[in-house]
Ligand binder design. Structure first.
Ligand code: EPU
Length: 420
């Protein structure tokens, strides 16, 4: 196993390009199960998670070729429609093959994803939405077994205790596109990744309106054809790089960004004292002012993304004063807190709140990554800490950040890989 070693204290400088979005690419890849025609997906990041999705698609009878960010998917055979526990348990997003499989083949057996380090993460909303489409769902030996004679459009309310769910919306939308009649999903997730999936489905011949809003309307069609699509830039990678620039008091230009997808983050950082230009496809981070502490609450899009919470905690650790970061999507997503405290941070956890008493310095230490975004927050802290930080278990980071280490190196960071 590798670890990342970082010598803190370098101001980042230069240009960096954001990769395609992991959370867009994964459901879009799953959606190719809805057709037997060829699909070409561009700007797919080369990550552990996208590679897991390739394996799942291959196990479901697709040929998948990946070359320099372009995935070409052709149909070979699909006999079983079974997504195995071994694959689904390594990545929750695999569960979004359920909707397209049952939509296309009227049957599917997909392993329940099981527990997750960032919280309980149930799938009740996925199942509720699919059942409403006239799909018979049973749980057998840890698998969801879905069967339908005819999928029928329905009016579905998909709101849950913590708001909307991205993958539940994706799953239901992918099943509904091949249903008979009209489906209305209310309290749908509005995340840009859901809208990107809908755009791909429309290119395949689906009839969808309202994507990107809480009410999605779908008129079922009989068949979908192949399509070509380029996934949107990864807003979470972009946000992580913005914080890398700020935390090191650097001067960087981040390219391949859709600034409109980063509204809540930019608003909070401006409240803290940072300022950014007005361009929509690049962000310059150059902040000479001392930042002020701020309070942040995570919410479904367009609110502040839970996937940026850990990185924001790192920034507030070196921003003098008290900040309160509240997690409303996954109240237990605070594994980074104890590790940041090992680096000299002063963070107190009170239920869904992290109370950060920011100071000017962190000190390098050996720390352990526990999930994707927590790993990113430790790398960010390492960039500014005095001395050497080593982040172990970086396979978490490799799930969602394409070449983060070399991107940071090009910006002047002293970061390298070592064997544990
Ligand atoms: N929820 C339910 N019932 C459900 C589904 C979800 O109550 O059936 C609740 C969850 O407990 C949670 C909230 O709804 O409180 C949303 O969570 P969910 O597990 O549905 O999120 P997701 O759609 O599975 C996507 C991203 C996550 C991101 C969340 C929230 C993908 C592949 N994953 O997950 O990304 O944190 O939305 O924005 O799109 C990451 O990239 O690091 C990551 C974890």
């Amino acid at each position: 196993m590798d670890k990342l070693v970082i010598e803190g204290g370098c101001r980042l400088k230069g240009e960096v390009t954001v990769s395609g979005s992991k959370n867009s690419a994964l459901p879009i890849l799953a959606a190719t199960l809805l057709t037997e025609h060829t699909c070409i997906i561009k700007d797919v990041p080369n990550l552990r998670d996208t590679n897991t999705m390739f394996k799942i698609l291959r196990s479901l009878g697709k040929n998948v070729e990946f070359d320099k960010g372009v995935v070409t998917i052709t149909h070979a055979r699909c006999t079983e429609c079974v997504a195995d526990y071994k694959l689904v348990s390594t990545m929750r997003a695999s569960f979004c093959v359920l909707g397209p499989l049952v939509g296309k083949y009227k049957k599917a057996k997909v392993s329940l994803p099981g527990g997750c380090v960032i919280g309980v993460r149930p799938v009740d909303l996925h199942l509720k939405g699919l059942k409403a489409l006239n799909i018979d769902i049973t749980i057998e030996s840890g698998y969801v077994v879905a069967k339908a004679r005819i999928l029928k459009g329905a009016h579905i309310y998909l709101g849950g205790e913590y708001g909307s769910s991205v993958l539940a919306t994706d799953n239901v939308m992918m099943a509904a596109v091949l249903s008979q009649g009209k489906t209305v999903i209310e309290s749908a997730a509005c995340e840009p990744e859901v809208a990107d999936l809908a755009e791909f489905l429309i290119k395949m011949g689906a009839k969808i309106k309202g994507h990107g809003t809480p009410t999605i309307e779908i008129e079922g069609v009989r068949h979908l054809h192949g399509a070509e699509h380029k996934v949107i830039p990864d807003r979470i990678e972009a946000g992580t790089l913005v914080i890398a620039g700020l935390i090191t008091q650097g001067d960087i230009v981040i390219k391949n960004v859709l600034r409109r997808h980063l509204g809540a983050l930019i608003d909070k950082l401006e409240e803290s004292g940072a300022s950014f230009g007005r361009e929509d496809t690049l962000i310059r981070v150059h902040c000479k002012r001392r930042l002020k502490p701020i309070n942040v609450t995570t919410l479904p899009y367009p609110g502040f993304a839970t996937d940026m919470q850990a990185q924001m905690v790192s920034l507030m650790c070196v921003t003098k004063g008290i900040s309160v970061i509240t997690e409303k999507i996954y109240p237990d997503r605070f594994m980074h807190v104890a590790e940041l405290n090992r680096m000299g941070a002063h963070i107190q956890r009170e239920g869904p709140h992290a109370i950060v008493e920011g100071a000017a310095h962190l000190s390098g230490a050996p720390v352990m990554a526990s999930d994707l975004r927590a790993s990113a927050s430790l790398v960010l802290a390492g960039l500014v800490a005095k001395g050497i930080t080593s982040v172990s278990r970086i396979y978490h980071l490799e799930r969602g950040y394409e070449n983060l280490e070399s991107k940071l190196q090009k910006l002047g960071a002293k970061i390298w890989r070592e064997k544990e």
